[in-house]
Each structure stands twice: as C-alpha cells, then as structure tokens.
Design a protein around this ligand. Structure first.
Ligand SMILES: *Cc1c(COP(=O)(O)O)cnc(C)c1O
Length: 361
C-alpha cells in the first residue's frame, strides 16, 4: 500500500466542512483501503459487524468522556440529515402538543430552527439581534416558566458571535453547538439536549451528533415518525437505519486525537491563544476592524473587515501567496471570516497575522 500525503498543507480557515488533523486524515485513508488489517475497506463491511459496532461504541464513549457526561443519564446518537434536521427533531421530541418553546434568535441558523419549530407548536422568540445584523448576543430577556424548552445557538458561525454563558430555565435547555462543540470548557450537564453537525469541529459532513438526557423524552403526547424519534434511535444504538459509518469513524478518530491532546481543557487553552492572537491584531491594526461586538466575539469564527476596501486585492493576494484559504466572509456579513476550529494550528493564525502586519507596513 502506498499513499501520498500532502506535505505542504494549506492554512485552511474554512467555516465548514472544516480542517481536520492531518493524522486523522491519514488514519481514515488507511481504513478506507484496509480496515483493521482485515483486507476489507471500512466502507464495504456491514454496519452490524463487530468491528463497526465497536467503532460506534468507542465514538459514543469518547463523546461522553470528553464532555464529562459519563453516568449522568445521557445518550449519544450519530444521526444523518445534518443539524438542519435537528431543527425539526427537537420540537418533535420535546414540544408538547399544546406546549410552548422559547428561542433565542442570534442568526440565520437560529431563525431556521425557529421556522421548523413553528410547524409543531407555539414558539416565543425571547430576543433577537437581527436589528444589528446579528453582530451581538442579546442578554436582557426572560424565559417564561411555562415553556417546554429554551433553544439557543452557542456559536453563530456566520456572524462570529458566541454565547459565553447560558440562562437558567424552568424548562429544558437545548443547544445547537454545531460550530463550537468540543472547543471550550463548559458545564455540559446544564444542557438537556445538544446537537451538532459533525463537519464544523468534529469530522466530515454526513453525521450529526446528538447528546440527550434520556429522561426528557416521551412526554410530548404526539406521534413521532420513526426516523424522527430519538427514543427509537437510542433503542437501536443509532442503527435504526444504516449509519454513516465513515463519518462516525472519522469523528471518532478526531475525538481520540482530542483526548490524546489533553481533552477539552487543553484545546480550550489553544483556541483561546489563537483567538487572542488574531483579535489583538484586528484591534491594533488600523487597517482592520472586527465585525462582532467585542464581548460576544467567537473564538471559533472571527469576522473582520478592512477599513479601506481598496486594499482588498492586495490583502487577498498576500493571503493566497501564503497558502491561506477559506477566509472570505459570508455574503451576509462581508469582509473576512477566519474560522479557527480545533485542528487549525496556532502557526496558521500566526501566518495570517503576519500578513495583516505586512499589509500595514
Ligand atoms: C452549519 C450549521 C448548521 C447547519 O448544519 P448542517 O449540518 O449543514 O445542517 C446549523 N447550525 C449551525 C450553528 C451551523 O454552523
């Protein structure tokens, strides 16, 4: 077997699908050719065979271990349909037939979640930052004590804002953590349901992680189609239908990589260092300004603008020459967005910061 690996990797600041550790890509490639030395590919064996069942089990165990949720009543699922399907599954499984859900609107993804929930019942949007193109996180709001659950988006991938704390609520606490799962230390036991598309910070596209407190299920009084029913997926160990084995396997490798690195606390420090380095440059370099309100800035996706648009061509050229890719801002914000997911090295951020300094010479 002979595989050529890229020795000159790009500095990949793409918002998603995201950069993954080189070592994970290598292991994944090997498994596609010959899994477990069985002379079969990972993706051409039964998902019910013992080695694949072991992969699923290991992935679940790593999730609970890394999030510090072992033996606390949580189940881990690897589903398909992306975080976008969770926008619908969440209300299906948690919103009572005559109940009410509260949502915090902090961007496009939150709005999409709100739209789906409205299909199933009453939705109260407790606050929105739409008035300022979602460049901040609303903080003054109250959540009624009659709601079944409160839903929020921990990190707003497009706008570069991030919730630093989460409200207490009488109902359940649900969070879309697609773009900052496994990136920072939080008390994850405050959440009843966490979901995340794998492709932002955990693995390739094709699987969605759902971490759910089992005892919150089964109380809605509604009929749930099988594929949308968390209880069915839990009972079948995420194998009610054929799971996306490749995506789960690569996610598992990434989680193992994270564990070997020292887990959430270690990556939190690294991510903080990367974000500090870039935001310091944005704030001290007169050619740049941040797009999001300072106190709500995301450590994962940094959004920033040139103060003089005429420098765009030059800056883009410098980035290209340095092998930087994926920093164009989302069309709804403009400017630039540097996504600094777990696998992005501090060195890549240094390369970007040096170019920003060079532009200002
Ligand atoms: C990307 C993203 C989504 C959508 O994820 P899909 O897996 O493509 O459905 C949802 N929420 C957030 C916060 C995201 O960043």
């Amino acid at each position: 077997m002979h595989l050529n690996f890229i020795t000159m990797r790009k500095h990949n600041f793409t918002a998603g699908p995201c950069i993954l550790p080189q070592q994970v890509l290598k292991q994944a490639s090997e498994a596609v050719l010959n899994f477990n030395n069985d002379n079969l590919s990972l993706i051409e064996v039964s998902h019910r065979s013992a080695p694949i069942v072991a992969v699923m089990e290991k992935a679940r165990a790593l999730v609970l271990e890394l999030l510090d949720l072992e033996n606390k009543g949580y189940s881990v699922l690897f589903l398909q349909g992306g975080a976008s399907l969770e926008f619908l599954m969440t209300p299906y499984n948690l919103l009572k037939t005559n109940g009410k859900a509260a949502y915090l609107d902090t961007g496009t993804w939150s709005s999409k979640a709100i739209k789906e929930a409205k299909l199933l019942g009453e939705v109260e949007v407790v606050a929105s930052s739409k008035d300022k193109n979602y460049n901040y996180i609303p903080k003054k709001y109250t959540i009624g004590n009659d709601v079944d659950y409160f839903h929020c988006t921990s990190n707003n991938t497009i706008y570069g804002t991030q919730l630093k704390s989460f409200p207490k609520t009488e109902g359940l606490l649900v969070c879309d953590m697609s773009s900052d799962i496994f990136s920072r230390r939080l008390d994850f036991s405050q959440f009843d349901l966490i979901y995340a598309g794998a492709q932002k910070n955990m693995g390739p596209a094709g699987t969605t992680l759902v971490v759910i407190k089992e005892d919150v299920l089964g109380n809605t009084g509604r009929q749930i189609p099988s594929m949308l029913d968390y209880q069915i997926h839990i009972a079948k160990d995420s194998m009610f239908n054929t799971p996306s084995v490749f995506a789960v396997y690569v996610s598992m490798l990434t989680l193992q990589w994270l564990k070997d690195l020292g887990g959430i606390d270690a990556i939190d420090k690294i991510n903080q260092a990367k974000a500090d380095l870039l935001y310091n440059e944005i704030d001290s370099n007169p050619l740049f300004e941040g797009a999001a309100v300072k106190e709500d800035r995301s450590n994962m996706n940094a959004t920033f603008l040139l103060t003089d648009e005429r420098l765009k061509e030059k800056f883009d050229k410098l980035c290209k020459e340095a092998g930087i890719v994926g920093i164009n801002g989302h069309r709804s914000v403009g400017g630039y967005r540097a996504s600094m997911y777990n696998a992005l090295s501090l060195e890549s951020v240094e390369v970007l910061v040096n170019i920003m300094k060079e532009l200002n010479k």
